[in-house]
Design a protein around this ligand. Sequence first.
Ligand code: ATP
Ligand code: MG
Length: 428
Amino acid sequence: MGNNIQAPRGTYDVLPDQSAKWQEIEAKIIELCNLYQYKEIRTPIFEHTELFQRGVGDTTDIVTKEMYTFQDRGDRSLTLRPEGTASVVRSFVENKLFGLPDQPVKLFYTGPMFRYERPQAGRMRQFVQFGVEAIGSKDPAIDAEVISLAMELYRSVGLKRLRLVLNSLGDTESRIAHREALVKHFKPRINEFCSDCQTRLEKNPLRILDCKVDRDHPLMATAPSLADYLNEESQAYFDQVKMYLDELGIEYVIDPNLVRGLDYYNHTAFEIMSDAEGFGAITTLCGGGRYNGLVEDLGGPESPGIGFAMSIERLLLALEMEKVEIGQSQNLEVYVIAMDDASKKKAFGIIKELRSNGISADMDYTGRKLKAQMKSADRKGAAYVIVMGETEMASGQVALKEMATGEQQTVAFAEIAGTITKKKSLEE
Ligand code: ATP
Ligand code: MG
C-alpha cells in the first residue's frame, strides 16, 4: 500500500454509526422552523469574495484570517462561505424578497461553512451551521422570537445547562458616542496591546473588547461600557426585547462586554453558552444579533434584520458533555434468510414487497451459511426473521419468527407484508 490519503486537517467524516444523530437534529430543525414559520433558503457554497468583505466586515477575524479564498479559472476571486448571513442577505436583495407582501421574511439555512482555523474539538475548518434570519422588521418581539427558537432547539434535543447572554450594541448614534469613549480610553496605552488591537483602535475599537490575546489587560476591565452610552431609543428597544423574553419565561444574563465577532451588529446581541462541566475553553454554542443596515450595505432597501447561527458540531459536543443520547438508529424489521439459490430468488422478491409496504427488510449478499446469517439478523436487531428453503418453496408458506418472543406463525408468501403491518399496528 502506498501513502493513504487522509481527510484534510479540520475536516471529518460523519460515519454511519453517527449519522442518526445528525438526522435527528436536522429533523428537529425542520420541525421547529415549521412551527415558527421560518422557510428554508439554500444559497451557494461559494460566493464572490467581495460579498464577505462587505457583508461580514474587513476588520473581522473571519475576513482577515479565516477565509478560504481562491481564483477560479476565469480569474474571479471566490470564497467558500465562512458564514450564512451575508449570502442570505445577498439573495434577499438579488431576488427582491423585500417586495414580498409578508414582512419580515423569515428564513433558515443549514449547511457547511469553511474557516481556516486552528482545529480542536468544536472548532473545525469545515463545520455545519444552522441559522435563521428574520429580515424586514425592527419589532423587538421578533428579536425575542429568534432567541426563543434557538433556545427551543437546544431544549428539544435534551440540553439543560444553557445560559443566554444578552447585550445591546445600540444604534449608530449610541455606537459613535461609545466609540469615541473607547478611543480615548485605549489610545494612551495602545502600544501595550497586540498588533490586531492597534489596527482595531482606528478601524473598529469596539472589537478590542472581543480580543482573545489582550483579554486580561487591566484597561479591559475598566473600558467604557456600551450600556452607559445607549441613547433613549436604544435603551427602550433593549427593554422591550427583555420584556418579551420575560413573557416567554426565558432567563438571560446581561453582559455589557458581549460585542460579537462580526462588524454588522447593532441593538440586540446574544450568545447561548453551555455550562456543562468539561466543556473546556469553548462554551459558546450559538451567536446572533440584529443587523439593521446590512441589507442597505448590500444594495437593498431599508430592511432591518436579526438572526443567529449555531454549529451542529458544538451542539453535539454539548450533548456529549451533558451525557444526553440522541439518534437511535432505526432497527431492521425483517431479515430473510435464504438456504439455496431458488429460495434466494424468491426471498429477493419478498424483501422488495416488504419495502414497498413500508417495512424495512434485508438479506444476505455474501453467500453465508444459515448460522452466520442468523447472527447477522441479530446484530441488525431484526424484529422478525424468515428462513426460506426447499420446504417453504414447496408449500408457498414461511414461518415468521418474532425474535423478541420466539413465537412463530405460518404465513403464505403473499400475506407476509400484510401480517407484519397488522402486528405493527397492534403494537402502536
Ligand atoms: P468563536 O468565538 O467560537 O470563534 P465566532 O464568533 O467565530 O465564534 P460565529 O461566527 O458567531 O462564531 O458563528 C456562530 C456559531 O458557529 C458559533 O457560536 C459556533 O457555534 C459556530 N462556529 C463558529 N466557528 C466554528 C468552527 N470553526 N467550528 C465549529 N463551529 C463553529
Ligand atoms: Mg471564530
